[in-house]
Write a protein that binds this ligand. Structure first.
Ligand SMILES: NC(=O)c1ccc[n+]([C@@H]2O[C@H](COP(=O)([O-])OP(=O)(O)OC[C@H]3O[C@@H](n4cnc5c(N)ncnc54)[C@H](O)[C@@H]3O)[C@@H](O)[C@H]2O)c1
Length: 255
């Protein structure tokens, strides 16, 4: 049976070393499973140790997975984690930044703490990982940063989250221009609505969520595996001529 998200490309990541954040859940977990199935050595990091253990159980080879807890907002954590992963495998071929958080609120109740936290995890965490990993990435390597379709399309009650993801998108496009001469590609991947714990935690409460029903993709919600397939493509040599271009994986919601 072909797995949802497409058939795995046997051996595409043989000998490739990938550092992956947000690997304890949702899209990050599906990405770990996919990359290990395609032969990669995946250094999976997250702040959730138990979730990482579940991910490791689900990765069945032929590649392999190592796990390490890391809070991507902690500079010392990121420095140690990236150095440790690179040392264990003698360098890196790809960095995939999936770790992220979401908040939904009308503008009147926007909390400054939440605004800071969204930018700390989504933007600063991604930027720190890139800064630390870039010196370990081989020529021909890739950075894949998960942004969101919300980066470029308006969604009610998501202004703060959208702004943080817009920052991830802008950061990635400029980094792509900076690294192109070093043979390192940077690809922002922007999912629409994906069935994960992150979206399950969004409850309408008193808010009018009719807007989301109107833009809902005819394809329905994506599975994490469908996004993982695109991330794997972007990180692989199949995408060797792809850099500085956003891959929007939203089932056509905004077309
Ligand atoms: N689910 C969606 O509909 C959707 C849509 C667009 C973009 N995204 C983005 O995709 C990414 C993955 O989302 P998901 O839906 O799989 O969510 P998820 O909540 O299932 O997984 C997010 C992971 O990030 C980890 N994480 C959060 N903060 C961290 C930190 N400070 N340090 C280390 N790890 C941390 C969590 O522990 C968790 O394992 C996020 O960046 C999210 O914004 C998701």
């Amino acid at each position: 049976m072909i797995p949802v998200g497409g058939p795995r490309v046997a051996g595409r990541f043989d000998g490739r070393r990938v550092l992956l954040t947000g690997a304890a859940s949702g899209i990050g977990r599906a990405t770990a499973v996919r990359l290990v199935a395609e032969g990669a050595t995946v250094h999976a990091v997250d702040r959730d140790e138990l979730g990482l253990a579940v991910t490791a159980e689900q990765c069945t080879g032929p590649g392999r997975i190592t796990t390490a807890t890391c809070d991507v907002t902690s500079e010392p954590d990121v420095i140690a984690t990236v150095a440790g992963a690179a040392a264990r495998s003698g360098g890196l071929d790809a960095l995939v930044n999936v770790a992220g958080i979401h908040r939904t609120t009308p503008i009147e109740t926007l909390r400054v703490d939440d605004l800071h936290l969204l930018f700390e995890v989504n933007l600063v965490g991604t930027a720190l990982m890139c800064r630390e990993a870039v010196g370990h990435l081989a020529r021909g390597g890739a950075i894949v940063n998960v942004a969101s379709s919300a980066a470029a399309h308006g969604n009610p009650y998501m202004s703060a989250y959208s702004a943080s993801k817009g920052a991830v998108l802008a950061f990635s496009l400029s980094l792509a221009a900076e690294l192109v001469g070093r043979g390192i590609r940077v690809v922002p991947v922007s999912p629409g609505t994906v069935a994960t714990p992150l979206t399950a935690a969004v409850t309408p409460g008193d808010l009018d969520f009719g807007y989301f029903a109107r833009i809902r993709s005819l394809l329905g919600e994506a599975t994490p595996e469908q996004v993982a397939g695109v991330i794997a493509f972007a990180a692989s040599d199949d995408a060797s001529y792809l850099t500085g271009a956003e891959l929007r994986v939203d089932g056509g919601s905004h077309t």
